[in-house]
Design a protein around this ligand. Structure first.
Ligand code: G6P
Length: 491
């Protein structure tokens, strides 16, 4: 962490993402409350920016956000102990509908995740996506104090932004990170905006994905759809005379996580959580925690609980699955539908296998703060991450980080980037309910020494490859590039 701050001393760092790290909301009583959003991007990046300082440019989305900024739309954060500046950008409802809900979340999100939800590409949405990217480019240029800042562009909301910044700050070092998967070239090819997206991203000095497979998919797409030179050995693309390095940087979490501060001993968490949920103290518990998103395989995991109890009736009355799901993007029909389907399926399974006050599935639909999430992780016997497709998935890493008692089993989808690193999890195919049910049974009967061995190896992995390392590798590469470019200008 200190090394990171040191490497960056003397340079200006600007981060840009759609989602802001702190949301100020107005409560019913008229007070202002602070919310930390449920976003893998935010939970990974926030500790890094806290350590490096600088400016974070993001969409101001809270109901009291405007009341907490200064005349330049800036607010120092974290509110309790400020170490960097949050610069908010305001978007009209029309802009949010077209750019965020439409082009980003009905177009690019399903396009990249391949979760059998058909992407929707509307031309008016794309025009708003383009103009909102311009708006963020204006904000970044206004914030930049030097002509050669390091700019960290985050995610699929800003595919066009790197090129727009490059045109206006040609000496900037632009590092773009794509937090979601990149599909194979044929799949990407259905996107009507494919050339413009590729051109936009290739305004970056470095373009990062979680895995080498996603880097390869991106280079295949470049090869298929634009005139360029691709160096497969160096993993770089030269387009319009400029080179972009394409690199895998597996994202992670801070170590130790802030949410572990003040956590009670595991035994106490187990007791408190069971008491709060009205469960007997000897009830075995599994957890699943995420945004209510169709890429997460929430319905598939419920089918696995059904299979488990059907095939191993000894768990009826002795195992409860607690699914925490934070409402998300609810303006979109697909998200509302998923929530309705999940509620109906949970009801159906509970009627089928429950009775006498017992329910195999507890569905808790609300936002949980990181402290509560970690308490639940510590109280559980197992955690299920069954994404149908996921760039990385940080819930898997958070569960591991929460278990300093070295107990608990992680059941992890083979289609989440995290499965490449956490190979001691029980790796499953989320489309196979029977096999997932068997993995739950295996977790519930796994001897403690085996749990300990697996958990130890995974904890070493997450501790070592933490988010400071993720950011450090990217920033080191950026700072090396900057130095090389300076030398080139001198020759
Ligand atoms: C994913 C995306 C992030 C996003 C998060 C939450 O992790 O990669 O960019 O912030 O989901 O989604 P939301 O739409 O609420 O920001």
């Amino acid at each position: 962490r200190a090394a990171l701050a040191n490497e960056l001393s003397g340079s200006e760092v600007i981060v840009v993402s759609n989602r802001e790290p702190y949301i100020h909301n107005r409560t019913d009583g008229g007070d202002i409350s602070l919310q930390i959003p449920a976003s893998g991007l935010v939970s990974a990046l926030e500790p890094v920016v806290r350590a490096c300082g600088g400016t974070w440019v993001a969409h101001g989305s809270g109901t009291a956000d405007r009341d907490t900024v200064d005349a330049n739309d800036r607010v120092p954060v974290p509110p309790s102990n400020p170490s960097y500046t949050l610069r908010r950008v305001w978007l009209s409802e029309e802009e949010q509908d077209g750019y965020y809900y439409g082009a980003a979340n009905e177009g690019l999100w399903p396009l990249c995740h391949i979760a059998f939800v058909r992407p929707i590409f509307r031309e008016p949405d794309w025009q708003l996506y383009r103009s909102v990217n311009e708006k963020f480019a204006d904000a970044i240029v206004a914030e930049a104090k030097r002509e050669d800042p390091i700019i960290l562009v985050q995610d699929y909301h800003f595919a066009l932004l790197p090129r727009m910044i490059r045109d206006r700050l040609p000496r900037a070092t632009i590092v773009t990170f794509w937090h979601i998967p990149w599909p194979n070239a044929e799949t990407f090819g259905i996107c009507p905006w494919r050339e413009e997206i590729i051109d936009g991203l290739l305004g970056s000095s470095i373009l990062g994905f979680h895995t080498q497979a996603h880097c390869n998919n991106f280079m295949d797409a470049v090869d298929s759809y634009v005139e360029s030179r691709i160096d497969r050995e160096k993993d770089s693309v030269t387009f319009g005379g400029e080179e972009t390095l394409i690199r895998p940087y597996p994202i992670s979490i801070e170590w130790p996580p802030t949410a572990m501060e003040g956590q009670k001993p595991v035994e106490e968490c187990r007791r408190i959580v069971r008491e709060r949920l009205g469960l007997p103290q000897d009830m075995r518990i599994g957890v699943g925690i995420e945004r209510f998103d169709y890429t997460k395989g929430i319905l598939d995991r419920m089918q696995a609980i059904d299979a488990l109890i059907g095939e191993h009736p000894e768990w009826r009355g002795n195992f409860t699955f607690v699914q925490v799901a934070a409402p998300t993007r609810s303006k979109l029909a697909n998200y509302r539908l998923l929530q309705e389907e999940a509620e109906a399926l949970a009801r159906e399974i509970n009627e089928k296998h429950g009775g006498d006050g017992y329910e195999p599935i507890r569905l808790l639909i609300r936002h949980h703060e990181p402290d509560e999430v970690f308490e639940l992780f510590r109280a559980a016997d197992l955690c299920i991450v069954s994404s149908l497709h996921d760039g990385m998935n940080l819930v898997a890493k958070e569960f591991v980080a929460a278990r300093d008692d070295e107990q608990g089993v992680l059941i992890l989808s083979a289609f989440a980037g995290a499965s490449r690193e956490l190979s001691e999890a029980l790796i499953v195919n989320p489309y196979n309910a029977h096999a997932m049910g068997e993995a739950i049974n295996r977790s519930l009967t796994m001897p403690e020494p085996e749990q300990r061995e697996r958990m130890r190896l995974m904890r070493d992995q997450v501790k070592e490859r933490n988010v400071y390392r993720w950011a450090g590798q990217m920033l080191l590469a950026a700072s090396r590039l900057r130095k090389q470019q300076r030398i080139r200008r001198l020759i």
